[in-house]
Design a protein around this ligand. Structure first.
Ligand SMILES: [Cu+2]
Length: 163
C-alpha cells in the first residue's frame, strides 16, 4: 500500500468511525427518550394502610407530532402500577386494565376517579399528605415520561375510589 492509498484508507476508517459514533446517541434516544407529553394537575391519593394502594390522577397531553400509546407505568414506592378504566357491566361498576391507550397529537386523557386512573399497587411505604413520589409513564416504542407527584388529602366532596 503506498502512502496515498494508506491516507485514503485512513480517511475511510475515520468516516466510518464518525458515522458509528454519531449514530449511537440517536439509537439511545429511540430506546430511552423522553416522550413528547405534558402532565398537569397531578395528585396522589393514598387509599389507607388496610388497602395500601394509591390512586394517581392527572391530565396527560400529547405535545408531539405522532400518536402515542400509553402502555404502562412505574413508581419506585409501589410494587406495581396499572392503568385502570371503569366500565359498567350489567349496571355495576367494574374495573379493567388498560394495556394500550392511544393519544393522537394534541389530544389528552384525564385520569380521574370513576374513569380512567392510574393505580399504584401494594405500596412499599404508607404515603402521607405532602409526600412526593416519582411516576414514570411508559409508551409504546420505549419512550418514557417521569413526573413528580404530591400526595394530597382526599377532598370530602371527592367520590371514594370506585373499587
Ligand atoms: Cu383502579
Amino acid at each position: 500500500m503506498n502512502s496515498f492509498r494508506i491516507a485514503r484508507f485512513g480517511r475511510a476508517l475515520f468516516l466510518v468511525a464518525h458515522v458509528v459514533i454519531a449514530s449511537v446517541p440517536t439509537a439511545l434516544r429511540a430506546d430511552t427518550g423522553t416522550a413528547d407529553v405534558d402532565v398537569a394537575q397531578s395528585a396522589v391519593y393514598y387509599l389507607g394502610t388496610d388497602r395500601n394502594d394509591a390512586e394517581v390522577l392527572f391530565q396527560l397531553t400529547n405535545t408531539g407530532q405522532d400518536t402515542i400509546t400509553l402502555v404502562g407505568a412505574a413508581c419506585p414506592d409501589a410494587t406495581s402500577a396499572t392503568v385502570h378504566t371503569t366500565i359498567i357491566v350489567e349496571g355495576k361498576k367494574a374495573i379493567r386494565n388498560v394495556d394500550a391507550y392511544n393519544i393522537p397529537p394534541g389530544g389528552s386523557v384525564r385520569m380521574a376517579t370513576g374513569g380512567m386512573h392510574l393505580m399504584l399497587n401494594n405500596m412499599k411505604r404508607p404515603l402521607k399528605a405532602g409526600d412526593q413520589t416519582n411516576i414514570t409513564l411508559k409508551f409504546k416504542g420505549g419512550a418514557e415520561y417521569t413526573f413528580r407527584a404530591v400526595v394530597k388529602v382526599r377532598p370530602p366532596e371527592m367520590p371514594p375510589h370506585p373499587h
